[in-house]
Design a protein around this ligand. Structure first.
Ligand code: NAD
Length: 347
């Protein structure tokens, strides 16, 4: 039998308290490890199932471990001594991936199920879970002129098949570990995140990275055409990576948000057509657009309602798309040309 913990006011996190971050070979968690290291935390354990040479952003001076955290015994090893645990490991990608590999997405349920239990048993003070806007009811996202999604829009539930349901059920685990067992949990519903050091080729990349790469490729090959998935009218908002890691830190350490799912996303809505125009402007080129209406396109529209986060944190993600895209384009351009020269790059 598990007993509920007595929850006392936490002392401030000390610089040598152990922070565990899973999925750290990937985009967001890699950036999170670097963020905490820059803040002066000296004991960070970064975990991913990928071999180290495939990590996007291996951070020097951090304990980097290659382990698959869908196995319970690995989770206990990973959480040993942890004061805070950030679980960002998941088998995921852009629409092309999550519409095609629903079983893989659903199987990520094993990761959070074992990680949250291991964190609890290890006596971790706080546990963070990276949920997604895909947890929202898809019936509310059938029009490109969407009403932004607010936190209560997840129920009644009709989440994205596979990926979205995994997120919703994992959220529920996190909520109950607080209500029933007294472990402080934080749950952020990320809306599309983009930026340097993310996936930019290979099938898991998302729209901003994919469009940057396609524009770079068009410039490089001289074939001034581009294929867009869907009719280009679908709308989304995109959050820059620096805002994402800052938001994770803020949400995790706000007691009034314990076990309370909250949007972490930009509210700057853009159509895919307009997103491409922005990338074209950065690149100084205009391409002929071809629309692939058979390609995966996801919901028609999705935006983040930031009323709640602004109220709770007096803050919201605020890097403009123009600024973030310029950084992202610059970074992908370097990767593209390095790869062409035969240098090893992580995609
Ligand atoms: P990512 O694919 O770059 O990183 C995820 C990492 O998890 C990968 O490196 C992968 O190898 C690792 N992983 C997968 N299964 C694992 C396992 N069993 N054991 C150990 N490591 C494992 O993805 P990301 O964009 O950094 O996303 C991080 C988290 O944020 C995920 O939970 C994702 O669902 C969520 N999220 C991301 C976005 C986004 O736009 N990027 C949006 C919503 C939610």
């Amino acid at each position: 039998m598990h007993t509920k913990r007595l929850v006392e006011k936490d002392p401030a996190l000390k610089k040598d308290d152990l922070i565990v971050i899973t999925g750290a070979g990937g985009f967001i968690a890699g950036n999170l490890a670097r963020y905490f290291q820059k803040k002066g935390f000296t004991r960070i354990r970064a975990v991913d199932k990928k071999p180290l040479y495939e990590w996007y952003l291996p951070v020097a001076g951090v304990e980097n471990i290659c382990l698959d955290v869908s196995h319970e015994e690995h989770c206990h090893r990973v959480c040993e001594g942890a004061v805070e645990v950030y679980n960002l490991a998941a088998d995921m990608g852009g629409m092309g991936f999550i519409e095609r590999f629903r079983v893989e997405c659903l199987r990520s349920i094993l990761i959070n199920t074992h990680m949250v239990e291991a964190a609890y048993r290890a006596g971790a003070r706080r546990y963070f879970y990276s949920s997604s806007a895909c947890a929202y009811n898809t019936l509310l996202q059938q029009d490109p002129n969407v009403r932004a999604l607010k936190e209560s829009d997840a129920y009644p539930a009709m989440a994205e098949r596979g990926y979205g349901w995994e997120k919703l059920v994992s959220e529920m685990f996190c909520e109950e570990y607080w209500h029933e067992r007294g472990m402080k949990t934080a749950i952020a519903r990320f809306h599309n995140v983009y930026g340097p050091n993310g996936t930019w080729d290979g099938g898991r990349e998302k729209a901003p990275a994919a469009l940057c790469r396609k524009v770079i490729q068009a410039l490089d090959t001289g074939n001034k055409e581009i294929t867009i998935w869907g009719d280009g009218h679908q709308t989304r908002s995109f959050m820059y990576i620096d805002d994402c890691v800052k938001g994770i830190d803020k949400i995790m350490h706000e007691d009034s948000l314990i076990a309370t799912p909250i949007n972490l996303g930009s509210s700057e809505l853009v159509s895919i057509n307009d997103l491409l125009s922005k990338v074209e402007k950065i690149a100084g080129v205009t391409l002929k657009r071809n629309y692939d209406l058979t390609a995966p396109r996801g919901v028609a529209g999705r935006n983040s309602d930031n009323t709640f986060i602004k109220k709770m944190l007096k803050w919201e993600p605020n890097t403009t798309l123009d600024k973030g895209l310029a950084e992202t384009y610059k970074w992908i351009n370097v990767q593209y040309h390095n790869r062409k020269k035969g240098k090893r790059v992580v995609e």
